[in-house]
Ligand binder design. Structure first.
Ligand code: ADP
Ligand code: MG
Length: 426
């Protein structure tokens, strides 16, 4: 019989083996490029490898570099469940050795291989006789290993088995790397989308407030002079009057004009905080100042003031007058929410790189509906309120690149938290 004769039975079986190997690789290649489900890819890979080699079990190990551990990413075979929680150190056992050296190993008889560790067999009761183990390598860097155990026939693993497993290992490594990239990318996209949403909402709110502020400025400008004139003339009329009834009417005119004057004043105050003059300033002095100012009003209303302030040595790059104003407005709202007394709690402390100030009360609380537009100008529940306090506080916090949050429960109370970036070195 001539060499290469197609009737050579050895050659025929070799060709059949190649065809089987090629078809397994092609099938697997197609799966890797079409499936986004890594678990599916890995499970199919090992099923086909076992089928090809007529093996009893197989597993995929993944290297956790941070913790220097090899863990079982996938296990197949009769004892797959107990195998899943077991870990190896790099260098430990055949898989550990393969990952450490980056070299494949074919072990015909584990009892004669000193690198073999019987850790798995002891735990699971499985009996490993022979195995083949190939590293998973991405850009010259081992990321794990794949292992096929015991041929059912009792024979040992051969060259064809090794060739197949090496080819598969390259595809598996790429698939695992891609899955990891895909997962990281999805996480990143998710977090970027969240950030974008928050930024967009902030922007819309800031723009809306700016537009409203602009409108308010125009109105204030227009009504300021007429209001002053009406007030002035009403006073002069009152001076001339002796009729008690008319005097009452004039008093009403004067009261209403003073309300309007107050509104104009507050609009101007709000417009004043559109820009800020920054300087480095200690936090304790501004907090003291705001607390000192609110004290008489709190006392007058039987509001108990509790402070838990730890801000010694902390400083901000701030416009001090604005920060006092913002704090005072929060304290004022809190006191006004407790006409029949209550507790006003003020805290101040460092939180990472920021200063956290909270103002809490046991007052009437804010309805959910109102909370949605609480920073909008002219939103108020008070007869004498302009509804510009929180609009101004919001603007001041934005000026200082800070953050403000309000948590409130009706008839229970409100807590306002303000976070402001601390000056470096604080
Ligand atoms: N601590 C608080 N407790 C209850 N309601 C509050 C509190 N702070 C703010 N509010 C509600 O938000 C509204 C707007 O507050 P603000 O902008 O300061 O305007 P104003 O105090 O002039 O009404 C208040 O009228 C009140 O209804
Ligand atoms: Mg207010």
């Amino acid at each position: 019989m001539k060499r290469g004769d197609s009737s050579d039975p050895n050659r025929q079986s070799r060709e059949a083996l190649y065809r089987k190997e090629l078809s397994t690789i092609l099938r697997f290649g197609a799966l890797v490029s079409s499936s986004l489900n890594i678990e599916d890819v890995l499970d199919n890979a090992m099923t086909w490898a076992e089928e090809f080699m007529d093996a009893e079990a197989s597993s995929i190990y993944e290297l956790d570099e941070e913790n220097a551990l090899l863990f079982v990413r996938l296990a197949r075979g009769e004892k797959k469940e107990p195998v899943k929680g077991i870990t190896l150190k790099p260098g430990e056992g055949i898989a550990g050795y393969v990952v450490q050296t980056g070299k494949a190993m074919v072990v015909h008889d584990v009892t004669k291989e000193k690198r073999f560790s019987d850790k798995f067999d002891r735990i699971t009761g499985f009996k490993t006789r022979s195995m083949i183990c190939v590293p998973l390598i991405v850009r010259n860097h081992p990321i794990g290993a794949i292992q096929v155990i015991n041929k059912k026939s009792g024979k040992t693993f051969n060259r064809a088995d090794l060739e197949l497993l090496v080819s598969m290992s390259q595809l598996i490594a790429i698939a695992m790397e891609n899955a990891d990239l895909y997962r990281r990318m999805t996480e990143e996209i998710h977090s970027t989308t969240q950030q974008l949403k928050v930024t967009q909402e902030k922007l819309i709110r800031t723009e809306r407030l700016a537009a409203m502020g602009h409108l308010a400025q125009g109105v204030a400008h227009e009504i300021r002079n007429p209001v002053m004139t009406i007030g002035g003339f009403a006073q002069r009329i009152r001076n001339e009057l002796s009729d008690g009834k008319l005097m009452k009417y004039v008093d009403i005119i004067m009261e209403e004009t003073s309300r309007l004057e107050n509104l104009v004043k507050q609009i101007h105050e709000f417009l004043d905080v559109q820009t800020a003059a920054f300087r480095e300033q200690g936090v304790d002095s501004v907090m003291d100042e705001a607390l000192r100012r609110i004290k008489p009003r709190a006392d007058a209303q039987a509001v108990r003031l509790m402070t838990d302030v730890h801000v010694q040595g902390l400083s901000l790059l701030m416009d001090p007058a604005q920060i006092v104003k913002a704090l005072y407005n929060l304290l004022e709202n809190a006191v006004e929410s407790m006409p029949n007394g209550g507790t006003l709690t003020v805290t101040g402390q460092k939180e990472g790189t920021r200063l956290l100030i909270t103002v809490g009360d046991t007052g009437c609380g804010i309805s959910k509906k109102m909370l949605d537009s609480i920073y909008d100008p002219f939103v108020t529940s008070k007869t004498r309120g302009a509804g510009l306090g929180l609009t101004m506080v919001h603007q001041i916090v934005m000026n200082h690149r800070g953050e403000i949050k309000i948590a409130s429960a009706e008839n229970k109370g409100t807590v306002v938290s303000m976070r402001l970036p601390l000056h470096k070195g604080s």
